[in-house]
Design a protein around this ligand. Structure first.
Ligand code: FOL
Length: 213
């Protein structure tokens, strides 16, 4: 059973992107993303699962995301993750042509040099949608969402939205309710101190939340 955690920064309207990139620049929020997705016990490593558009949205100097196993999904089997003449990447990166095959890779992480601790789905909208609707009987499901809720401004110019995960109708067959955890639970799970309450950076207000089902 592969448990997946979605990590996302989304507006109240579920906006997540604009013109192929994040609609905001929030360095402390990005540091939180990097820390929570990287934090794993000694001798293990986390995986980050992403669609091809998300891979391309990460600045070249930051990809593959260091200290994490990167798994990119593209239906184009010929897709070139890196230029042919690129130097050896600083972190492992795998290309899979569909979600099932990528999840298979994670559930057989003994094939990797280091065991996988946690698997994060880092976007974008289509991979969020596809993973949220996995039915637990398929062997994998999303049981946790680390949501950074962007409270203001509204960023109405977003052109990519994530599905409203709080809408339980989305789940394959069964009715599943999401509940927001306490801040203490979020910190326990993350394994480090996380700022509580409304944060402000560059005039943007946001809050770190954790939801489970
Ligand atoms: N979740 C949250 N909470 N915030 C995000 O910004 C976010 N972004 C994505 C997915 N989930 C998210 C996808 N987009 C990088 C860039 C874009 C991106 C994800 C990651 C990136 O460059 N990350 C570097 C940090 C670089 C820095 O410190 O500025 C990393 O090492 O993780």
């Amino acid at each position: 059973m592969t448990k997946l955690t979605i990590i996302v920064a989304a507006t109240l309207n579920n906006g997540i992107g604009q013109h192929g990139h994040l609609p905001w620049r929030l360095s402390k929020e990005m540091q939180y993303f990097a820390r929570v997705t990287s934090n794993a016990p000694e001798g293990s490593v986390n995986a980050v699962l992403m669609g091809r558009n998300t891979w391309e949205s990460i600045p070249k100097k930051f990809r593959p995301l260091p200290k994490r196993v990167n798994v990119v999904i593209s239906s184009n089997k010929q897709y070139e993750l890196m230029p042919a003449n690129a130097t050896t990447p600083a972190a492992p990166v795998f290309l899979h042509s569909n979600l099932d095959s990528a999840l298979d890779r994670l559930s057989h992480s003994e094939r990797l040099e280091t065991p996988i601790h946690r698997a994060f789905v880092i976007g974008g909208a289509s991979l969020y949608r596809e993973t949220l609707t996995l039915s637990p009987s398929s062997g994998s499901s999303v049981d946790r969402v680390l949501l950074t809720r962007i409270l203001a401004p509204a960023f109405e110019q977003c052109d990519v939205h994530m599905p409203n995960f709080l809408d339980s109708k989305l789940v394959g067959g069964e009715r599943v309710a999401w509940r927001r955890t306490s801040h203490a639970e979020l910190q326990d799970w993350a394994g480090f101190e996380v700022p509580e309450g409304v944060q402000e950076e560059n005039g943007v207000q946001y809050e770190f939340q954790m939801w489970i089902r």
